[in-house]
Design a binder for this molecule. Structure first.
Ligand code: DC
Length: 211
């Protein structure tokens, strides 16, 4: 079973994907981490993330970079969003993601274009979303917990900027696949959202796609 989980930044898609993977005993790939590694590598090379050639060269990052804690920072998230607009970068990362999706037994992948480009043949496609305000509040709370002092208006602006870049890029923009299930988590806590996702996948697995 291939499960595609897409959605904007701070929507909760990562938590949902990880929990689905554990629940159904499937391997999980956070594809955002690959783009973050490219963004981080450009930074380490002293290059410009908006320059297609510099971003493409950074796709040859060493796998050990995937363990770098800097990959989780807001700064690297912004760099990832910028390198991800280049079609050559998306192409360079395609084979790795596709191979992960096609492994025997299936997999869970989360990102922006899993249901539309990487695994259009996925058995289940979820599009997890929430209002910009709710996502900014969650991200703000997370960062305060980690002791990173940043204001809510700053985070709100950053989330909105990332949304615009991810949705408006020409190649593989963030959008729900025509056959994706929309999961709006604005009014739900993390546990409730995860429970709803598990129920949905169980139902599809047992009965096929609901009409
Ligand atoms: O999910 P994330 O915040 O770690 O992703 C960081 C950036 O990477 C995101 O702003 C856009 C890009 N990305 C992408 O273009 N396609 C994906 N499948 C995953 C991430």
């Amino acid at each position: 079973m291939i499960i595609a989980v897409d959605g904007p930044t701070a929507s909760g898609k990562g938590t949902i994907a990880r929990t689905l993977a554990a629940h159904f005993g499937l391997p999980h790939l956070d594809t955002g981490l690959l783009y973050r590694a490219v963004g981080r590598q450009v930074f380490l090379d002293g290059g410009n993330p908006d320059d297609g050639a510099a971003a493409l060269a950074a796709c040859a990052f060493a796998d050990s970079l995937l363990l770098d804690p800097h990959l989780r920072s807001e700064e690297t998230g912004g760099l990832a969003s910028r390198v991800s607009v280049h079609p050559t970068v998306r192409q360079a990362l395609f084979a790795r993601q596709r191979a992960f999706a096609m492994q025997p037994g299936g997999a869970v992948l989360d990102g922006r274009d899993i249901g539309t480009v990487i695994a259009p043949d996925a058995d289940v496609k979820l599009f997890v979303t929430a209002s910009v305000e709710a996502r900014a509040r969650r991200r703000h709370a997370e960062m305060r917990e980690r002791g990173q002092p940043v204001s809510l208006p700053e985070i709100h602006a950053d989330v909105a900027r990332r949304d615009a870049r991810d949705m408006e890029r020409a190649d593989s923009p963030l959008r729900p696949a025509a056959d994706a299930y929309l999961l709006d988590t604005t009014a739900f806590g993390r546990d409730q959202a995860v429970e709803m996702a598990i129920e949905l996948v169980e139902e599809i697995r047992l009965r096929g796609r609901p009409a």
